[in-house]
Unconditional design. Structure first.
Length: 177
């Protein structure tokens, strides 16, 4: 990142190569739409390039700074659009039992995605950073600009809300059968 602050294009390319996919995955889980995630990832790296002079080595890890930029762009996008594309039906992968298993797994993943999407933004982001992006509590707290205790509280509330939402969804499914 230090080289990028001097507008070293090859260093910037290396950063993109290393961090684009994990960032795009985080943004996809945040916004629920692949095209939006791609656009947000591109805008994140564009902002990083333009604002490289703001990078303060030693103050915050590069990945923390990168994810904070992406998160802020996603929040801005939510404020502008206030709507979200949820799911795409999967293509059949096989016949018989394998198809049933794939469809059931897809339905479960869709239920989890919907439940995560319904969480308050800070709880959702804490959960995505720690459980899907593999960040430590310290790193996720830095991205969210909260204390570690506050992050742990967000995670606890998010898990509790997910458990209730998924239980309610399962109960609703059972009543409909």
């Amino acid at each position: 990142m230090t080289a990028v602050t001097t507008h070293d294009a090859s260093a910037f390319t290396r950063l993109i190569d290393r961090h684009l996919e994990p960032l795009r995955a985080f943004l996809y889980r945040t916004c629920g739409n692949a095209a939006d995630a791609e656009e947000l990832a591109q805008e994140t790296f564009l902002r990083l390039w333009r604002q490289a002079h703001r990078w303060q080595p030693g103050r915050v890890r590069f990945t923390t700074w990168l994810y904070r930029i992406g998160r802020n762009l996603a929040i801005d996008g939510f404020r502008k659009h206030r709507e979200q594309t949820t799911e795409v039906l999967p293509e059949p992968v096989d016949e018989g039992h394998a198809l049933d298993t794939a469809l059931e797994r897809s339905r479960l993943q869709a239920r989890v995605r919907r439940a995560i999407a319904q969480l308050p933004e800070r709880q959702r982001t804490a959960l995505l950073l720690c459980h899907y992006q593999g960040m430590s509590n310290v790193e996720a707290a830095a991205v969210l600009e909260v204390s570690i205790d506050a992050l742990e509280s967000l995670l606890s509330r998010a898990r509790r809300a997910l458990k209730l939402a998924l239980k309610a969804d399962i109960d609703y499914q059972m009543e409909g059968s």
